[in-house]
Write a protein that binds this ligand. Sequence first.
Ligand SMILES: [Zn+2]
Length: 511
Amino acid sequence: MINDIYAKLLQQVIHNNYDNIKFENINANEKEFHYEFKIEEKISENDFEKLEKEIRKLKKSAFVKLIRISGVYLDGNSNNEMITRISGKGFNTKDELEEYNNFLEEAKERDHRKIGQDLDLFCFSDYVGPGLPLYTPRGTIIKDELQKEIEKTCRKYGFEKVSCPSLADISLFETSGHASKFNDELFRVSSPKGHQFVLKPVQCPHHTQIYASKIRSYKDLPIRYMESDKQYRAELQGAVSGLSRVYAITVEDGHSFCRIDQVKDEVKNMCNLIKEFYTKMNLWNNNWVSLSVRDYKHQEKYIGNKEDWDLCEKMLQEVSDELGLNAKKCEGEAALYGPKLDFMFEDALGREIQIPTVQLDFSTPKRFGLFYINENGEKVPPVMVHRAVLGSYERFLVLLLEQTKGVLPLWLSPVQVNIIPVNMKYHDEYCKKLKEKLLDEDIRINYNDSEESMNKKIRQSNIMKNPYTIIIGDKERDNNLISYRKYGSNETISISLDEFINQIKEEIKKR
Ligand SMILES: [Zn+2]
């Protein structure tokens, strides 16, 4: 295999250039190769060009691209020390290599970390710590708008919003099973006063306790809760990157508690909800669905009995058939407590991102002793269906920013209308009047009243990808007009302010 050859060439080059190389490991597959090692000196992406050149010296007509450098734990065990991994890709021809370089250029333009910085959406701080994103005012607007939109859609499907604290007594997660199964992913919080809390890694256990706060009848079900809140996972220290892997994620999460005869309709309801939302977001393309089932060879790994699992997997298969989801069966991908339907998308580099998910769970309600009263007055445990639609806001933003290159629809844009005067001296007053009027109409505006030239302001407005840029000169002021340019167009259109407001509001409403 070609990647195997290049991995060994890279190894040789490292040996030619560095001393005291320890803990070496090579692996290669169809897509990439990785060479892992430890040296005393510091090595970075800046050395890639030199290393690639050295590889070409060893092999005539070598077509290789070193892609990234990362820190990994020796043997993947976080108790071990961290070593360096260089990943790369080999090609058979020069054309293939060039094609790949073009793809990387394009991907760089789409990289959410770059877009996030260019558009001033989020940032990181060494004081706060890596893996803990801070949303700027502009990024917060996007996040809030997404939340409003997803909650509006979910309400149509019967979900009610709840709100829970970030911590819980450790016993909650001991009962749910998270404490033992995800032991090394939990942040434990203690106080000098003797508190022993866990920062919630998921919201499900909290939601079970809202269900448990009242006696429920079979007629009350399904009961559906949703919440967008922070969850905390102790990811490997070397693994945090941009918004893709963080310690604090904001998760749009929801649960339905229902009777067994309602499960199938619940799952369908949720799949339809997912489809509606992603279609509205213009992201319902290039995606596929995984029917994630048990690892049949190691069924002891899972919670719950075999009959429940058989039934759940069959039910999800039926939903996939009936809704035409064409789900691909993936063995060993199920959750701890049940099988699931996972909806997979692609990021800029063609890597798969799993976002929405629907999961069946017979076991958590039993663990917490949840019940409802059936027609015969008996206590029966409900079934819990977990679902994420938007999922992690961070991961969703990765997908959204990389697929749109940061050109967001009007309703999501932090600044919807940017106002630029031709000359501050003559047009400032009229611009201020416009600003007030647009603000009254709940339109997000920016008035660029800086001292820079008009042309520079127009260029800046394009860089920030503002959907509408309004330019105000004598003609506009004297005739009570506005002239605007839409992002991506050089055409300037003049209309009355009222017309403009109607047009914009219509566009926001349509989504
Ligand atoms: Zn859940």
